[in-house]
Design a protein around this ligand. Structure first.
Ligand SMILES: NC(=O)N[C@@H](O)C(=O)O
Ligand code: NI
Length: 178
């Protein structure tokens, strides 16, 4: 079992896996007569293969328990996949670099702060959507089209939060204890 403590997500640490989507670290320009700031081109949408097209979807996810135990990571070889929280939901991000095999030493776990989204570049191994604390609603941009776009890789991983062991109680509220 690979044991990981999630680290706060940063663009630098996430760079091998894709982009962090966050207006606080992005440039913008004004449009609409100055009424709107356009945070432009924050992440690279990849749609590869036959009849490929970009999809916009919304995921409504139930919260995961922490420690989070995983028995696989997945990848989308034909496209990127972005998750943007719609109500400042925090979520766990577990990733490994693209490749045919996963080196356990290369797996990284992060926790977002509610203002961050992520875009997994095509082929990046990742855990499925893992929202914390409450039901989460995410805008998702990924690839539709022909052919397989989801591979799974068996690997056992246990992820904890920094310095806390949080457990789900019966009503899915989380108590954090030292
Ligand atoms: N299967 C699906 O659409 N979602 C996963 O790819 C995920 O990363 O949550
Ligand atoms: Ni995915």
């Amino acid at each position: 079992m690979l044991e990981l403590e999630a680290r706060p997500l940063t663009p630098e640490a996430f760079a091998p896996f894709g982009e962090v989507i966050d207006t606080r670290i992005a440039d913008y320009f004004h449009i609409n007569a100055g009424r709107t700031r356009r945070y432009h081109d924050l992440a690279r949408v990849e749609t590869l293969g036959e009849k490929a097209r970009a999809l916009i979807s919304i995921f409504v996810s139930q919260p995961v328990e922490v420690p989070l135990t995983l028995d696989f990571l997945e990848r989308h070889p034909q496209g990127s996949q972005a998750f943007v929280p719609m109500h400042e939901e925090r979520f766990l991000v577990v990733v490994a670099p693209p490749g045919e095999r996963i080196d356990p030493e290369s797996v990284r776990a992060f926790v977002t702060d509610g203002r961050q989204g992520v875009n997994y570049r095509a082929g990046t191994w990742h855990a499925i959507q893992s929202v914390l604390e409450r039901e989460g609603e995410f805008l998702v941009v990924d690839r539709g089209g022909e052919g397989n776009n989801c591979d799974e890789y068996p690997i056992d991983i246990r992820v904890t939060l920094p310095g806390h062991e949080a457990v789900a109680s019966s009503d899915t509220e989380f108590e954090e204890r030292q």
